[in-house]
Design a protein around this ligand. Sequence first.
Ligand SMILES: [Zn+2]
Length: 211
Amino acid sequence: MINRASGAKEQGPAGTQRRIAIDFANTIAGPIRPTHGRGWEALVGFLEEAAAVGPGEGARLRALGREAPSRCAGAVIRALELRAVIRHILDAIAQQRPLAAEWIEVVNRALRAGGGTEQLVAAGSGWRATFVPERHDPLGALAPLARSAAELIVEGPTAPVRRCANPRCVLFFYDDSRSRRRRWCSMAVCGNRMKVAAHARRRRGRLLRPN
Ligand SMILES: [Zn+2]
C-alpha cells in the first residue's frame, strides 16, 4: 500500500519523478519496516505502485527476496536509512536550510549501489522510462529512490517541497499547484481537520471573551 497523500492528481509532469522520493518519505506512516522479510515485500510493492520499476521487475525482485532473503533484508535496512535521510533533506528544503554533507553521501551511496539501467517500457499507447536494477543485487532497488531524491536536491531550495501544516501530520508533498499555496497533504484529511480545529478555537475564544 502506498501513501497517496502527496497528491498524484494535483501534480504535473515536473512533479512526477520527484514524487517517488516524497512518497517514499511518507511511507514512515505505513508498512515499510524491517520485519521478517515483509519489509522487502513492502518495499517492492511501493516501487511498483510508484512506477519506479516496471511490473516485470517487481516480480523479479520478489523472487530475489525468496532466493536471497538476508541480502534483501540488508537492503531494507539501507532503504530505511535512506528514508530517514530523505526526510531530513525534505525538511531542510521546505525550510530553505542547507543540506548536510553526510546526507548527500547517503544519497550518493544509494545511487552507486547495485547499479542498473534506464529502460523504455510500453505504457498505454506510449512509452515510459523506467529503471531496471542490476539482476542479482537487492541494493539496486534503492537506486530509483535515490535518483528521485537527487532530482529534488538538484532543484534546490526553490523546490516547492512542503511539510503538511497540520503539526501532527508527518507527510510531505510537492506543491506544484498554480498558486503554490497548498498547505495540507490532503484537503480531505488534514485540511478539513485543521479547519474544524480552528473553528472550534475561534468559537471557544468567543465564549471566553467577556461581553
Ligand atoms: Zn497532513
